[in-house]
Structures are given as structure tokens and as C-alpha cells.
Design a binder for this molecule. Structure first.
Ligand code: NAG
Ligand code: NAG
Ligand code: NAG
Ligand code: NAG
Ligand code: NAG
Ligand code: NAG
Ligand code: NAG
Ligand code: NAG
Ligand code: NAG
Ligand code: NAG
Length: 515
């Protein structure tokens, strides 16, 4: 599953942010015109209005219930803007709101150290040099007293107060909440320092290999644009070789350490990825870790308080792949908002092979952009590595995955090597979400598999694109399915009303919480 996105997502929330002049990745530094989002900035009061609308929509769904599943599905679609399921973690506070909720003035802010979230970048070999995509966020962390942070944390927890959690979970909840209440820094001039990554093989990548340590590459790189209004940077910059292996002579992925100058909060590893070979793009929630985002209450607790837990023996499968395919590149792509992803990276690097990272940048926080972020990030990757073969991994509880993964097979012919989707409801009866398999119509079964447990993946042949394990039944209707609700082909009108109501109520609860 993708970042915390679920039906719960029925959060039909307002947009607090407006688009701003944005550097777009360019090979050569140049100022590009600002894309503007034609969306109104809304106030909290207006959000209440949205909530009322949501309630009345849900009421009307309830009143229409009867036996008509299609109208239920249609209503859910309406609630979610007609496009699927938006994100749980929507509507995080922006600069002014953070300052006012924490009571921090500009002078206090000025005195605080600047921090950098430096997302582990990938780079391609382009016109004779490595071209590295630096992306992340510059922000300040305002001081907060525990009571304030606890009050804020309680907004993210359902039916439980932070006081009732064990101490380690309290600490996590405070950490996550503090990460959300940061003040983004615009117009910052960012410099990165690159050098060989001596330690990455041992303590850096407990989950497996996936790259070799670069033999050189030391240099400083000044990013060609200042940060956006929301503190983000995202730009491809060609770097000097300075002893690095060229990309056209060796198929190994090279790993470099990247430090953001002026802070020790912006350390990351960059992955220099040759033009040909195998890459995995993997989602994280409910595929690499247990999130249960389809049960909003558990999803929030698992995301805000509980320690991250791997999903079954998935780490063994990834470690096996890293050993079996030593030149394979791992890319972790979650649509969880970047502010809360330090814990994701921390978990991944302790549990899975090292790799580059993508998360949801801040300018993708409004409803319509949220629905397109995955496609945007996937396409950027596919365009950056047009000759690599790409294995896509995710799960069925995520509507954008169900749409975008098979869509890439058509949009980038020959680039998708495999689509591996965990059938979440096969092992978790709590996942009642309808999922849409229509995108898979006409695809060769060799290319994809809906699997039940990591064991189903044990011996599949990624190298040759034999992605289907014939002992795993594929029960695909090429339409909407939710077998646990009785939605499967002509069985579609056997839906249980009680389940449906509980589903809607939990979705509504989750949406209210975040308003
Ligand atoms: C966000 O910024 C990127 C550039 O970093 C741009 O390409 C994208 O279109 C922007 N998204 C939205 C929704 O404005
Ligand atoms: C939260 O935890 C992460 C990972 O341990 C750490 O890097 C980060 O600095 C913490 N953030 C806050 C705001 O305490
Ligand atoms: C950042 O600072 C450097 C050094 O002062 C300067 O050369 C460069 O032009 C600045 N970059 C931007 C985008 O303003
Ligand atoms: C590529 O580089 C790796 C690591 O330096 C080395 O082990 C391998 O032999 C090289 N392969 C070729 C074909 O040069
Ligand atoms: C960035 O930091 C490195 C050391 O970490 C230093 O060598 C380099 O000169 C710094 N660059 C700038 C532009 O400050
Ligand atoms: C980042 O790297 C620097 C230089 O190696 C180190 O001093 C610092 O402790 C690191 N920061 C973190 C948070 O690991
Ligand atoms: C490298 O990536 C950039 C950015 O996506 C892309 O424009 C360029 O075509 C890529 N280079 C090659 C050789 O594929
Ligand atoms: C997913 O698992 C459920 C529960 O076992 C099953 O009913 C459904 O048909 C499976 N879906 C696919 C696509 O195989
Ligand atoms: C197919 O799945 C079964 C059961 O999960 C597993 O034992 C077997 O190794 C898998 N075969 C392949 C080719 O992956
Ligand atoms: C496919 O799913 C339907 C509905 O859940 C079920 O009745 C049927 O037995 C399943 N078929 C297979 C082959 O799993």
C-alpha cells in the first residue's frame, strides 16, 4: 500500500497551500516558469464546511444503501473526488499555522538552527557525467513544551490518549508530531558535499547490499535554485567524476555519501545507477511494513506510535534478491508526506537493502495533486532510466498503484519487467477495500502476480521477467473486486450492509480527526 492512503482518505480536505515558483529539474541550471495551482487557499472555517459536505455525502450514501453496491462504489468515488482514495496524511500545517499553533515568533525562529531533510538521491549517467537528483526540504524545528506536543499528538490517535501509551510509543508519537510541526524555509541556498561512503556496507545497510562503494567523487555541489516557498528542493545536477567509475563501463550501482552543508541533519547516501540493469521500485506501507491503513485506527497508531514492523518475511525476500542480483538497484517510493519519512528511512535501512528514496513533496499536498503524485514520481524515474528493466512492488489496498503500475506497461513499452502486488485481503480479513483490477486486462500473466505471502515470491525469475508463480491462484475480474464484501463479478450485489457501514464510519472518523 502506498503511503498512508486509504479509503479513510475520504478526507476531502481543503488546501492550505498554494503553489509557488518551483524549480523544476533541469540538466542545466535555468529558471523555469512557475507552475501555478489554480486552487483557493481555504481557512479552517471553510474546512468545517467541507466536513459538513462530507457528512452529508456519507448520509446520502447510507440512505441509498439498500442492496445497490454500484451506487455505494459510485458514492465512495464521489467522496474521493472521483479518482480513488486520497491520503490520510493530508493537510499538514504550513509555516504560519505552525508558528501560530506553537506560539513561536520570527525572532525566536531566526535563532534556531536550519535543518535539511536530504532524501537519498538517485543519479543517471547522462552525456558523459553522473546527473544526481537532489531532493528534500529545508526547515526549522521550533521548540515545544511537552504538553503542547502531546495535545497535538492526541489529534492523530483514535480512542487512545498519549498518556496511555507505553513510554517508547509516547516518544515515537511525539517525534512524529514534532516532525509535522516544522517551519519550512524558503529561498535557501543549498550546498551538498559528496564523498565516498566508507561505512555504508556495514552499519549503513543492515538489510542487504544493492551497491558498491564509490572509489572517489569527492566534491561540493551548489544547487542551482533556492528552495521553494515550502522549503523544498528537487533538481538534477551533473557532478564531476573525481575518481568515480563511469556509467558506461560498469554495471554496478555506486554509492556516495551526501552531506548537506551547515547541518548534520542532512546526511544521505546517493546511488549512481548505470543505464542498464534491473531496478525495483517498492512501496512501503503494508508491503514492507505492517501499517493496516485500511483500518484507520490501527493505521494511525502504527504510523504515529508503534515501532515499525516488517511485514512477515519480506526482508528475507529482498535480501535474497540483493544477493542474487548484485547489480540490482532498489528505489523506495512512498507517497507519505516527506516530513514524516525520517522514520521510514531509518526502518528501511535497518531492515531492507539500501536504496534511493522518493516521498511526497509539500507542493503535492492538496487533494488533486495527492492523487497524481505517485504517477509523477514513477514517470520521473522511468524517464531517468529509459533502458533499465523495472520491477514494481506494491499492494492491492492502494488505488493509485492499481491504476498507475499497469498504466506504465502501456506508457513505457518494454520498461516494466514485473508487477508484484500483495493481495492484502488474502492474509488480512480487515482489508475490505474494493480494488480495481481493470488495468491488468490484456497484460501477459508472465508480467504480473497477485501474491498472498512473501513465500509466493521465493523463486520467481526477475532477471528473465518470469514474474508469475503458477501455484498462486489469480482470481481477477478485471473490474472492481472486494471479495470480503462479496464484490466479485456477478456476486457484486451480495455486499454486507453492516460491514459497509463500519467501513464508512471508520473512514469518516479518520477524516474528522485530521480536520
Ligand atoms: C511540484 O513541484 C515539481 C517540481 O519540483 C513540479 O514538477 C510539480 O508539477 C509540482 N506539483 C504541483 C502539484 O504543483
Ligand atoms: C525523530 O526520529 C528520527 C529517527 O530516529 C530522528 O532522525 C529525528 O531527528 C527525530 N525528530 C524529531 C523532531 O525529534
Ligand atoms: C548560492 O550561493 C553561492 C555562493 O555565495 C552563489 O554563487 C550562488 O549564486 C547562490 N545560488 C543561488 C541559486 O542563488
Ligand atoms: C565493476 O565494479 C565493481 C566494483 O568496483 C567490480 O567488482 C567489477 O569487477 C567491475 N565490473 C567490470 C565489468 O568492470
Ligand atoms: C561544505 O562542507 C564541506 C565539508 O563538509 C567543505 O569541504 C566544503 O568546502 C563546504 N562547501 C561550502 C560551499 O561551504
Ligand atoms: C552526519 O555526518 C557527519 C559527518 O560524518 C557526522 O558528524 C554527523 O554525526 C552525522 N549526523 C548524523 C545525524 O548521523
Ligand atoms: C537522465 O535523467 C534526466 C532527468 O530525468 C533525463 O532528462 C535524461 O534524459 C536522462 N539521461 C539519459 C541518458 O537517459
Ligand atoms: C485476494 O484474496 C482474496 C481472499 O483470499 C480472494 O478472495 C481474491 O480473489 C484474491 N484476489 C485475487 C486478485 O486473486
Ligand atoms: C511459489 O509459491 C510457493 C508457496 O508460497 C513457494 O513454496 C514456491 O517456492 C514458489 N515458487 C516460485 C517459483 O516462486
Ligand atoms: C474467486 O473468488 C470467488 C469470490 O470470492 C470465489 O467464490 C472463488 O472460489 C474464487 N476462485 C478461486 C479460483 O480462488
Amino acid at each position: 500500500m502506498a503511503a498512508l492512503t486509504v479509503l479513510a482518505g475520504m478526507v476531502v480536505v481543503a488546501h492550505l497551500t498554494q503553489a509557488s515558483p518551483m524549480p523544476v529539474e533541469q540538466r542545466h541550471p535555468m529558471i523555469t516558469p512557475a507552475p501555478t495551482l489554480d486552487l483557493p487557499t481555504r481557512t479552517l472555517i471553510e474546512q468545517r464546511g467541507v466536513l459538513d459536505d462530507l457528512k452529508s455525502d456519507v448520509d446520502s450514501v447510507f440512505s441509498k444503501l439498500g442492496s445497490a453496491v454500484p451506487s455505494y462504489v459510485a458514492s465512495v468515488q464521489q467522496l474521493t473526488n472521483g479518482k480513488g482514495v486520497p491520503n490520510f496524511f493530508q493537510d499538514f500545517p504550513t509555516k504560519d499555522k505552525v508558528q501560530s499553533s506553537l506560539g513561536v515568533d520570527d525572532k525566536q525562529l531566526a535563532a534556531l538552527p536550519t535543518q535539511v531533510l536530504n532524501l537519498p538521491p538517485y543519479g543517471n549517467w547522462s552525456r558523459g557525467s553522473w546527473n544526481v537528483r537532489f531532493h528534500g526540504n529545508v526547515y526549522k524545528q521550533p521548540p515545544t513544551d511537552q504538553k503542547t506536543i502531546d495535545d497535538l499528538a492526541n489529534k492523530f490517535l483514535v480512542d487512545v490518549n498519549i498518556d496511555q501509551l507505553p513510554p517508547d510509543e509516547q516518544a515515537n508519537a511525539r517525534n512524529m508530531t514534532a516532525s509535522i510541526f516544522v517551519v519550512q524555509q524558503e529561498d535557501q541556498n543549498v550546498t551538498m558535499h559528496l564523498e565516498p561512503a566508507p561505512s555504508a556496507g556495514s552499519d549503513g545497510e543492515k538489510g542487504g547490499g544493492g551497491a558498491t562503494t564509490a572509489s572517489g567523487g569527492e566534491q561540493s555541489v551548489n544547487l542551482p535554485y533556492l528552495t521553494t516557498d515550502q522549503g523544498d528542493f528537487d533538481v538534477f545536477v551533473p557532478i564531476q567524476l573525481n575518481g568515480l567509475m563511469r556509467g558506461d563501463t560498469n554495471t554496478s550501482v555506486q554509492r556516495l555519501n551526501v552531506y548537506a552543508n551547515g547541518t548534520n541533519t542532512g546526511n544521505a547516501t546517493a546511488y549512481l545507477v548505470p543505464p542498464t540493469g534491473l531496478s525495483i521500485i517498492s512501496d512501503i506501507d503494508d508491503i514492507l511494513r505492517v501499517t493496516k491503513i485500511y483500518k484507520p485506527k490501527d493505521g494511525l497508531l502504527n504510523s504515529f506510535a508503534k515501532p515499525f514492523t516488517p511485514w512477515m518475511n519480506m526482508p528475507d525476500i529482498y535480501a535474497k534478491w540483493a544477493r542474487q542480483y548484485p547489480t540490482m538497484h532498489f528505489h523506495y517510493l512512498t507517497t507519505t508526506p516527506e516530513q514524516v519519512t525520517r522514520n521510514y528511512m531509518d526502518f528501511i535501512y535497518k531492515t531492507y537493502p539500501g536504496g534511493s528514496f522518493d516521498t511526497r513533496p509539500l507542493n503535492f499536498s492538496d487533494v488533486s495533486a495527492t492523487l497524481s503524485i505517485r504517477k509523477f514520481l514513477l514517470e520521473k524515474f522511468f524517464q531517468t532510466f529509459p533502458q533499465r528493466k523495472i520491477v514494481l512492488v506494491g499492494d492491492t489496498s492502494n488505488s493509485d498503484i492499481m491504476r498507475d503500475y499497469p498504466g506504465l506497461v502501456k506508457d513505457f513499452p518494454g520498461q516494466v519487467q514485473c508487477i508484484l502486488l500483495r493481495n492484502t485481503s488474502a492474509t488480512d480479513p480487515d482489508d475490505l477495500f474494493p480494488y480495481d483490477t481493470s488495468g491488468f486486462k490484456g497484460l501477459d500473466q508472465k508480467l504480473f502476480m497477485f501474491f498472498r505471502t512473501p513465500d509466493d515470491l521465493t523463486n520467481i525469475d526477475l532477471q528473465n521477467g518470469n514474474c508469475y508463480n503458477s501455484s498462486v491462484p489469480q482470481n481477477i475480474t478485471f473490474s472492481r473486486q472486494a471479495e470480503l464484501l462479496g464484490i466479485h463479478g456477478s456476486g457484486a450485489d451480495r455486499i454486507g450492509k453492516g460491514w459497509l457501514i463500519s467501513l464508512l464510519v471508520s473512514a469518516l472518523t479518520a477524516s474528522i480527526l485530521l480536520l
